[in-house]
Design a protein around this ligand. Structure first.
Ligand code: AMP
Length: 558
């Protein structure tokens, strides 16, 4: 017997409709690509998104079609998100930090038909336009005044489309399981894989992150979303702010400590979300500028890599900002666990131990640890295993289904993160089984880097491991075996890579070794290399390069 309640699909149009209806005057403040601060409201964003939906329909976009965005966090990006999703099309957020070859690969893999871009990315698009085979139309997210300098034949102007189309547009009206967003994540091996979100999954994720024990957004908040909208839905902050009726601040590409600090002082956010690297830069900057007023900020969500305990303590004790740690991944929408222990508890060592853990699972995220031989590991705070999760906002498979067998285990997602869980359910990540490096919140594929290093004629073997780094959390260390008699040095290898990978992927250090240790089945045994790095036995073999990575990881510098 079915219940007799109204059928009301959980689709994202309802979130922006709600914001416009009940919080229409609340603000969305953006640092615009063109420079100045731009202020708009939910009511205005709602109206403009409707016009943009009509423009997309006019360009032939139908339900299920993929429409890409290559853009920083801005109100225009929010308008594009909703305009695409609420007509049943799929918003494919592209990560501009990818190397152009990878960008073209995912655009073609997703079969994107229309591409929205910020002015910033035009040089790449112009250079690689012919390789973006499925893209019929490019929309530049700017006004007519800036179109003259765009230099891309046939490109359309965002503001003109908004102006020329009417507001009358029916949103929603489809099944809540309809796809709404697509985000590719770097694979441990092979090509990036697409995570295809549904309206229902994003809707439920938004509802739960709003709870006070998690991000706790409310109408009293002003939310600064530093985490990019192209990285796992900006952790759901834009939907969460709209649903709560909170003001939203979007910093565009100005992610360095100084402009962020100025934005905080001027706009007075109460809640912020970003990766540890940016918080660490901000802390340094705040300590050096005692006049800086961060006092509005009381609550922050941080994740993407382990959040150092000292960073949280220093921020809280010196600046009154409570940074809470979240864990998750693109495949988990992304938040799956959150560490927000009882705020009334004494702030003793045990309390800070909990804050430094990845936290407890959100409602409906089921979590288990799987050890060697596929056996479930007890939650005793000591035994470790790979985290597997399942739930309503966890991916069930990848777009076009590659590598599904490896990543999914009878309905559970294998996360590749190794952890211990204590008897209260607090997760503590101890290691990672996936072969990737996370630098400043973004992935570097060790496999791809190894392939490119091994393409150098003087290199026989190359194995890349993560080296702990105070600023970027991890940087790649490349261990190389050279052909006998070769005199290639670290600098030459870095130059060789500069043609082949993004600048921030290039290792600052190469370790020259006689042989890469192998497992019993002949695979590179990186455990041994990691142990050698930890006990100092790689020390004498390391040589520095002036690799691009030295200029910084991906986040604040770009
Ligand atoms: P992504 O899909 O790019 O968001 O990356 C997800 C991965 O980042 C996870 O599988 C973890 O390896 C890592 N990660 C995310 N949050 C944390 C955290 N709080 N502590 C440690 N690692 C994290």
């Amino acid at each position: 017997m079915l219940g007799l309640m109204q059928d009301w699909p959980l689709t994202l149009d309802k979130i922006l409709d709600h914001a416009a209806r009940w919080h229409g005057e609340r603000e969305i403040v953006s640092r615009s690509v063109e420079g100045p601060i731009v202020r708009t409201t939910y009511a205005e964003v709602h109206r403009r998104a409707k016009r943009l939906s009509n423009a997309l329909k006019g360009l032939g976009i139908k339900p299920g079609d993929r429409v890409a965005t290559l853009a920083w966090n801005s109100a225009r990006h929010i308008e594009a998100w909703y305009a695409i999703m609420v007509i049943g099309a799929v918003c494919h957020t592209l990560n501009p930090r990818l190397f152009p070859d990878q960008l073209c690969y995912i655009i073609n893999h997703a079969e994107d038909q229309v591409l929205f871009t910020d002015l910033t990315f035009l040089p790449t698009i112009i250079e690689r336009r012919a390789d973006m085979k499925t893209v019929r139309q490019v929309i530049v997210m700017t006004d007519e005044g800036h179109m003259a300098s765009v230099g891309l034949d046939g490109a359309l102007c965002f503001e003109t489309l908004v102006e020329e189309n009417g507001e009358d547009c029916a949103w929603g009206g489809f099944d809540e399981n309809t796809a709404c967003g697509l985000c590719y994540t770097s694979g441990t091996t092979g090509n990036p894989k697409g995570v295809l979100y549904s309206h229902r999954s994003n809707f439920l994720h938004t509802l739960v992150t709003l709870q006070r024990d998690f991000m706790g957004l409310s109408v009293q908040d002003t939310v600064l979303a530093v985490v990019p909208m192209f990285h796992a839905n900006a952790w759901g902050l834009p939907h969460g702010a709209a649903l709560a009726g909170a003001d939203l601040i979007l910093p565009d590409r100005f992610l360095q400590a100084e402009p962020l600090a100025q934005l905080i002082a001027a706009e007075r956010p109460t809640l912020m979300g970003c990766v540890p690297t940016i918080f660490a830069d901000l802390l340094r900057y705040a300590d050096e500028h005692p006049d800086l007023d961060l006092s509005s900020l009381s609550n922050a969500a941080c994740g993407g890599s382990a959040v150092p305990r000292q960073l949280m303590r220093d921020f809280q004790e010196r600046h009154g900002v409570r940074i809470f740690q979240a864990w998750g991944m693109t495949e988990t929408s992304p938040v799956a666990t959150y560490s927000r222990p009882d705020e009334n508890a004494e702030h003793d060592d045990a309390y800070w131990d909990d804050r430094a853990r990845q936290g407890r699972a959100m409602p409906w995220v089921e979590l288990r640890l799987i050890g060697d031989g596929g056996v479930e590991v007890p939650w005793d705070g000591q035994s470790t295993g790979e985290i597997e999760v399942r739930g309503p906002w966890i991916a069930a498979r990848y777009f076009h289904g590659e590598e599904d067998d490896e990543k999914f285990d009878s309905g559970w997602l294998r996360t590749g993160d190794i952890a211990a869980v204590d008897d209260r359910g607090y997760v503590q990540i101890t290691d990672r089984s996936k072969d990737v490096i996370k630098s400043g919140g973004e992935w570097i594929s060790s496999v791809e880097l190894e392939n490119e290093v091994m393409a150098h004629p003087a290199v026989i073997e190359a194995a890349v491991i993560a080296r702990p780094d105070e600023r970027w959390a991890e940087r790649p260390l490349c261990c190389v075996v050279l052909r006998e008699g070769s005199t290639v040095d670290a600098q030459e290898l870095a130059e060789h890579l500069s043609e082949r990978v993004a600048k921030w992927w290039i290792p600052e250090e190469f370790a020259f070794i006689e042989e890469v240790p192998k497992t019993s089945v002949g695979k590179f045994d990186k455990k041994v290399l990691r142990a050698m790095l930890a006990d100092g036995s790689l020390e004498g073999r390391m040589r520095a390069s002036s690799g691009g990575g030295r200029e910084g990881g991906p986040t604040p510098s770009r």
